[in-house]
Structures are given as C-alpha cells and as structure tokens.
Design a binder for this molecule. Structure first.
Ligand code: KIV
Ligand code: ZN
Length: 521
C-alpha cells in the first residue's frame, strides 16, 4: 500500500465537539480524552481554542506537553492576538500545529464586514504570521462549501503562498452532498496553483446526515485528512464520526483502498468515555458504537448468526474493542478474572485501584445475579468520578412512592464533610429527592436534562442516570449507575451540582468561554 493512500485522522472532539452546548468537559477529562486519542493513533488532535478562555488555554498547553505521538493543534481566528495565544499553548508539543480560519462565504464575509480584497489581505497577513511562528499551519475557509468557487480558489492560493501546509475545506453547516463534496476537492486540487503540494482536509457537519459520506467522497477525490469527532459529537447534528470513517475504510478496503493509523480496538472504550464526560449518550442504533450495532451484543441470537457470524456481521465486534465473549461475571468471580475482564474492556489498572474496584464489584454482584460488560463499564465510570469534587455526597436515601400522593424523600447528604438530613415531597420520587437535595443545598441551577438508560436487560438491571444542570451559562453534567433508579438519580444530581460548583469557582462566575470561534476575528 503506497503512502499516497494514507489518510490522516484529525480529531476535533476537544474543540468542535466540546463547543457543542452542554458538552463542556472538565480539565482532567480533556486530558484523559487527549491521552486516549493519542494512544489510539489519531494523527492530529485539535485540543481546543486557546484564546477562548484560561481553561481552554491551559488544557491545550498541558495536552501539548503530554502528547507522545500526535500532532497537537489549536484553533485561532484570523488575527495576530489569537494566533500568538494559540502558539503559546501548542508550542510545547513535540509536533505543534496552528489552525487559523476565517469565514469566506458571502454570508460569513459580512461578520467582520470585509470586502473580498480586504479579506484576501487579512488571510495573507495572518497565515504569514502563523507560519513565522510554526512550520505546521492549517488554514480553513469557513463555510467553504457555500463560498463562490473562484473566490475560494483565490484565497486558498493566497494561504498556500503564505505558508499553509494543510488546507481544510469545512462544510460548516452540513450543506453539501457526496458528489458535490468530491467534485469540490477534485477541482481545488487540480485548479489552485500549489494545490498538489499541500494536504487537503475535509471537515463535515452532519445536518443532513451525510457527514460520513461527504468525508469519504472527499477522500476518494484526493483529500488526505479527515476531520472528525468521537461519537460524532458536535454542535447541532454533530461532526463526522471518527469511528464511522475509520471503520468504513477498514471494512470496505476493496472499494476504498485507504489506510489510517487508528488502532480500531480502542474505539469502544473512548466512545464510552466521551459519552460519559460529555453527557451526550450514544443512541442505541448508532453505527459502530451504538449498543445495538452488533446485534448479538444486545442478546438477539439469530439462528443464522450462530451458524456463521458473517451472515449478519460485516465487522467483528473485537475489531472495535467489544469483547467477543461477554463473559458473565458474578459474586464468585475472583480478582484475577475481574482484572482480565477489565483489561479486555480497555481498563488497565494497578493493584490498589483493582482492590477498590473489586470491593465495588462485589457489592454490585451481591445485588445483581449476573454482572455484564456494560455493568462493569458503568462501575468504572462511578469509580473514576473526581473525589476532589465531592463537596456533596449522598449518604442515605429512602423514598415513599406509589399510587397514593404525595411521594416523599428522606435524604442524608454529607455537605462539606458534615452530615445533614432533610425530607421533601415532590411529583414522584425523583422530584421529591431533588427537592430534598435543594433543601440542604439551596441553588438556582436549572435542570436541563434528565435521562435514564437501563445498562443491561432484566428487572435487576442497573440504571444509568444522566443529569445536566445550568446556572448563569455554566453547564455541568453528572452521571451515576445503580440498580435503584432513584439512588442513581440522586447521585447523578449531586455529581452535577458538585461539578457546577467547581466550574463556577474556577471561572469566578464567568461563562466557560469569553469568546466563541463564531465571533468576528
Ligand atoms: O465547521 C467549521 O467551519 C469549523 C471551522 C472552525 C474549521 O469548525
Ligand atoms: Zn466544524
């Protein structure tokens, strides 16, 4: 296989993904996701938008220092202040990249109110400035797919001459379609002077459900970098999903003879982590990473499948990191079995950590006859909660519910180390529980999302509850799993409040971002 067919994977989960409302991740979570991306073989990690806030700057610079393999990229609008700040953050990386952009379509040109000529000058100045700082410069004409073709060629030529090494073609509003996506890339490579000397990238959004198809069509036409996010996380309908494009070229190598550097067996683990830390659950029928994507995972044993998995499977579950066996664990399972099962699920751990997990596992196995892979994943999520953020902790909960109103909750919370008790009524046991928490920890946060998912099948299944809270523009998500849905709800609610408290403290009451990449540069 020639190198000419190697497609670079540029992951923007931590920038375009994280900028989707409600998906805000904590500093520690961003570092963890970046390290998983680095380990799985992502070529370029867009770690954030350094000028946006102190938090973004610190995350990008720490990710840059920690990355072992990937190029670390930061986003900057078309002005020297943004570009300098971006460089300050990424310069620590073994391989840094500055990504600068400006909206070039007629509509986007109105935002900074520049004429075509003025914008062309701005592109020349800013790309030159970026290239003077860094050898690796990516330039994007935002809303490229709605930009006049001649003007697009003109500004790309300017960016290449000013030193851009990668030209990204964003379909910012998810407007294009596969044939058009391919045609645009083909013509740009052929018609822009210097086009053959740079890497063309494709950056698609999924508003019409065509992001994966548009990205692959662009690659067939000559693009050699795909910009994408884990689980397709992103604003509105999201971005191109990394797992979809990577598995598409792997599975249909016969008609798409391209390669990526991704270790696909790491896909499931990172997908689950991104779902947890972003609070954006993966829909069950989502391609590749949905709970039902591999039918036998959800317990549907079809006769044909049993005779020959290839009857229904085009990919093997192991290839995306799902264990082939789904070996059921129970209360008689020992520590060694737990260790090997967790390793299979992507969790390597030292003896002390295993000791703690084993205690939690035994508690769960006492309440549940069979502990499935998904139960263990939920348990690991619980265990990875940041203890430093445990200002509030659920110690005791009893609810009265049923057909006769009023439903009530009696709760004991540890608030900053001190146990406090309250009883409250509500419209159902969950509402009563949240009211009781509010009585002990008065707050003005608004409940934005309350979601319950059964982790596995059966009436003893664990429920995973996700709660998203918002106060003064700051968002925080909490998640918890328990065989008791109300307990899981109380814990998720309290986790969200803890995180909100930490975030608000860090920001001194300010919003998570002082500027957005949509502000005129
Ligand atoms: O969608 C988009 O246009 C972007 C750019 C900033 C590259 O995310
Ligand atoms: Zn985008």
């Amino acid at each position: 296989m020639s190198d000419a067919n190697r497609v670079l994977i540029f992951d923007t989960t931590l920038r375009d993904g994280e900028q989707s409302p409600g998906a805000t991740m904590s500093h520690a979570e961003k570092l963890e996701i970046a390290s998983l991306l680095d380990e799985m073989g992502v070529d370029i990690i867009e770690a954030g938008f350094p000028i946006a806030s102190e938090g973004d700057f610190n995350a990008v610079s720490e990710i840059a220092k920690a990355a072992q393999n990937a190029t670390i990229c930061g986003l900057a609008r078309a002005n020297t202040k943004d570009i300098d700040r971006c460089w300050e953050a990424v310069k620590h990386a073994k391989s840094p990249r500055i990504h600068t952009f400006i909206g070039t379509s007629p509509l986007h040109r109105q935002i900074p109110n520049l004429t075509q000529d003025e914008m062309a000058d701005r592109i020349h100045e800013t790309v030159t400035h970026a290239r003077n700082l860094c050898d690796n410069v990516q330039w994007s004409p935002m809303d490229a797919t709605r930009t006049e073709f001649d003007y697009l060629c003109r500004v790309i030529e300017i960016a290449i001459k000013a030193g851009a090494t990668t030209i990204n073609i964003p379909d910012t509003v998810g407007y294009t379609a596969p044939r058009e996506s391919a045609e645009l890339i083909r013509r740009l490579i052929a018609e822009v002077p210097g086009g053959e000397d740079v890497v063309f990238a494709t950056h698609c959004h999924n508003d019409l459900g065509m992001a994966t198809a548009n990205s692959l069509a662009a690659v067939e036409a000559g693009a050699r970098q795909i910009e994408c996010t884990i689980n397709g996380l992103g604003e509105r309908a999201g971005n191109t999903a990394l797992e979809e494009v990577v598995m598409a070229v792997k599975t249909r190598h016969d008609i798409m003879p391209f390669t990526t550097g991704i270790d696909t067996t790491k896909i499931m683990h990172i997908s689950r982590r991104v779902a947890t830390v972003s609070g954006f659950a993966v829909q069950p029928n989502k391609a590749i990473v949905g709970k039902n994507a591999f039918a036998h995972e959800s317990g549907i044993h079809q006769d044909g499948m049993l005779k020959n998995p290839e009857n229904f499977e085009i990919m093997r579950p192991e290839d995306v990191g799902l264990s082939a066996t789904n070996l059921v664990m129970g209360k008689h399972s020992g520590r060694a079995a737990l260790r090997s099962k967790l390793a299979e699920l992507g969790y390597e751990m030292g003896d002390n950590q295993l000791k703690d997990i084993f205690v939690r596992f035994k508690e769960l196995a006492d309440r549940k006859k069979e502990v499935f892979d998904d139960d263990l994943v939920a348990l690991m999520r619980e265990a990875s909660a940041d203890p430093a953020a445990e200002y509030l902790k659920v110690k005791f909960l009893r609810v009265i519910c049923g057909t006769e109103a009023p439903q009530s909750a009696d709760i004991t919370l540890t608030v900053d180390g001190v146990d406090q008790q309250a009883t409250a009524q509500g419209d159902g046991p969950v509402d009563a529980t949240f009211n009781a928490v509010k009585a002990l920890y008065p707050h003005n946060a608004r409940l934005q999302l309350y979601q319950v998912h059964a982790v596995t099948e059966g009436t003893d299944a664990q429920a995973t509850v996700t709660v998203r809270m918002e106060e003064d523009g700051v968002l925080a998500t909490g998640e918890s799993a328990d065989t008791d849905t109300v307990v899981a709800s109380a814990k998720a609610y309290v986790t969200a409040l803890n995180r909100l408290r930490v975030r608000k403290e860090k920001l001194g009451g300010k919003d998570t971002r002082e500027v957005s990449y949509k502000d005129a540069g």
